[in-house]
Design a protein around this ligand. Structure first.
Ligand SMILES: NC(=O)c1ccc[n+]([C@@H]2O[C@H](COP(=O)([O-])OP(=O)(O)OC[C@H]3O[C@@H](n4cnc5c(N)ncnc54)[C@H](OP(=O)(O)O)[C@@H]3O)[C@@H](O)[C@H]2O)c1
Length: 225
């Protein structure tokens, strides 16, 4: 396992590919995971085309999980539990699972401007409940728009609230700083993910009302340097 590597499961989709592009551009080794290895390889090729010299490979999800200390889950909320169960045996003590999912009501055929309740409190807490005890779950990146991530020439201009146990939380905060324009905000314990996830549904509604298909970002003001 390369200490610098970042694995992105579902990195074949909009948000995961966006993160893959950004981390590859920052010079970090990226491992794209997919249910189908061929799709992961195709996504890795796409990153290589966009980022000269990118260190990126594509693997099936469980194999990708074993390659990196930080594993980002980038699958729709309704497939989160099955994905975590599918990689559980590939996880090793000390790894960090990053939950980016939002329990949008699209999961039950309703609209994306509302969320559904999750028994555990949030998607991130659902992930934590399924992960082995010696793997930390951190919540991050829910409020960042995929289109902005994929727009490599421009900074992303968004704050990222990061929640979870302290040391892993700080490691994920450091990853945010690899992406121009992203600013990591210390979001405290994992339970705060339930608030952060709700903000995404609000942002999706704002995108529609203000006609910003690329997706709005948001910033906190007044924070000390
Ligand atoms: N899109 C955004 O702007 C945005 C913003 C903030 C947060 N997010 C969050 O980021 C995550 C990914 O969003 P996205 O827009 O990239 O999603 P997406 O494109 O719809 O899907 C991402 C990947 O999930 C995998 N997937 C699809 N169906 C699956 C299933 N039945 N079981 C397991 N995996 C499945 C697919 O990968 P394979 O087919 O290759 O396995 C797919 O490429 C979501 O949790 C979303 O809430 C998205």
């Amino acid at each position: 396992m390369n200490d610098e590597a970042i694995a992105i499961l579902g990195g074949t989709g909009d948000q995961g590919l966006g993160l893959a592009l950004r981390f590859a551009k920052a010079g970090r080794p990226v491992v794209i995971g997919s249910r189908k290895e061929a799709r992961a390889i195709a996504a890795a090729d796409e990153v290589r085309k966009a980022v000269e010299g990118a260190d990126v490979v594509g693997l099936e999800n469980a194999e990708a999980t074993a390659q990196a200390p930080v594993v980002i889950l980038s699958v729709p909320f309704e497939h989160t539990a099955s994905t975590v169960k599918g990689i559980r045996d590939a996880l090793a003590p000390g790894q960090i699972l990053v939950s980016m999912g939002v329990p949008l009501a699209t999961a039950i055929g309703d609209g994306p401007v509302r969320t559904v309740g999750v028994w555990q409190g949030s998607c991130a807490e659902l992930v934590a409940s399924l992960a082995p005890n010696d793997v930390a779950t951190v919540s991050a990146f829910q409020n960042v728009a995929a289109h902005r991530l994929q727009d490599l020439p421009h900074p992303v201009e968004c704050d990222v609230l990061v929640s979870g146990p302290k040391e892993p939380r700080q490691r994920v905060m450091a990853l945010c700083e690899l992406v121009p324009g992203l600013r990591a905000i210390d979001g405290g314990p994992l339970a705060n993910a339930r608030i952060v996830e709700e903000i995404t549904a609000l942002l999706i509604g704002l995108n529609a009302r203000y006609k910003v298909p690329e997706g709005l970002g948001w910033r906190l003001t007044g924070l000390p340097d």
